[in-house]
Design a protein around this ligand. Structure first.
Ligand code: QUE
Length: 324
């Protein structure tokens, strides 16, 4: 398999000792996933699943800036505007199938996360057995900013985080540091960025157990001072009630959080709220199926085209949403 990887391969696949090593390799696009990469991941994971020489799979992102910043959302927008629904169906059904394959992987699947890990990057890490985050990592599900919703199995993961943390993170898109991601449950180990090369070598030599030797002590959870308010405000029964609770809270944190929510697509806050509440009672497979149904409708909503325009294409960060 790929004995001579080329620098242009969007996914580099290599065997190193006991591990199979996958590198997401579109650093200029922050390793955002396109359909070619999704297909390469699916093929590689299937090949290594039953290969007794591969004891564990390790996935990393090329470059310093990102593990994986999301999906090729611009291509999804183009397909929706052109009426190419089959492209949208292929992209999301194959991406979600990779998320499910990672969740059901019969050997250790280990993500080493530096830099941005958002959206699709969460889907390539959080379902694996071991997620190592460094101090340079930033985790987020920022989809309400582009009028999408937390997908890639996040409707299964977020409702299972402590208290109402998942509803808070999914609606506001708040970024977590690597250490905070361990506190929240996105990551399992906190490792120094400078130790990643040594960790990779140790994994190749000793397999998955090597991770424990590199884990550092966690600093305090930076959201600890707000955990009670998060549960009070985000445990409400509707977006309107969450906004009212944030107003009643009367703290600087609540004011900032309300201001963040008011910038998001009102439609996407509603469908995010509904699918996260429903996800608490669904299996991962049911969650992915529900996400696939919803994403095909959302991709055609005018707020989605406008959100991607404002945040990804023009970067003016001033989307004009449809009225609530
Ligand atoms: C919100 C999002 C995304 C985003 C920006 C947001 C998102 C996403 C990308 C992205 C990042 C790098 C790329 C790319 C897209 O940006 O989901 O093509 O190269 O994938 O504010 O949800």
């Amino acid at each position: 398999m790929s004995s001579s990887p080329s620098a242009e391969d969007s996914v580099i696949v290599a065997r190193q000792g006991r591990i199979g090593h996958i590198t997401l390799n579109r650093p200029k696009a922050l390793n955002a996933l396109n359909l070619e990469m999704i297909r390469s991941l699916a093929t590689t994971l299937a090949a290594w699943r039953d290969d007794p020489a591969v004891h564990a799979v390790v996935i990393t992102g090329a470059g310093e800036r990102a593990f994986c910043a999301g999906g090729d959302i611009r291509a999804v927008r183009d397909a929706a505007l052109a009426g190419h629904d089959e492209i949208i169906r292929a992209f999301f059904s194959e991406e979600y199938a990779v998320n499910a394959a990672i969740a059901g992987y019969p050997k250790p699947y280990i993500a080493l996360i530096d830099g941005f890990c958002m959206g699709g990057g969460i889907g390539l890490s959080v379902h694996g057995q071991i997620r190592v985050a460094s101090q340079t990592a930033h985790f987020a599900m920022p989809e309400t900013a582009i009028a999408l919703f937390p997908d890639v199995g996040a409707t299964h993961v977020l409702p299972r985080l402590p208290g109402e943390l998942g509803m808070y993170l999914g609606l506001t898109g708040t970024r977590l540091t690597g250490a905070d991601a361990v506190h929240a449950g996105f990551a399992t180990h906190f490792v120094d960025h400078a130790d990643f090369p040594a960790l990779l070598e140790a994994l190749a030599l000793d397999g998955a157990a090597a991770v424990a030797r590199f884990a550092r002590e966690l600093p305090e959870f930076s959201l600890a001072p707000h955990r009670a308010a998060i549960d009070r405000c985000f445990g409400q029964a509707s977006i309107a009630a969450i906004e009212a609770a944030l107003k009643a809270e009367g703290s600087a944190w609540a004011e900032e959080t309300l201001a963040t929510l008011l910038k998001m697509s009102p439609a996407s806050l509603r469908w995010t709220f509904d699918i996260l509440r429903a996800g608490a009672h669904r299996t991962l497979a049911q969650c992915l199926a529900a996400e696939f149904e919803l994403v095909q409708r959302v991709a055609h909503h005018p707020d989605f085209a406008e959100g991607v325009r404002a945040m990804v294409i023009d970067k003016d960060r001033s989307p004009k949403w449809q009225a609530a």
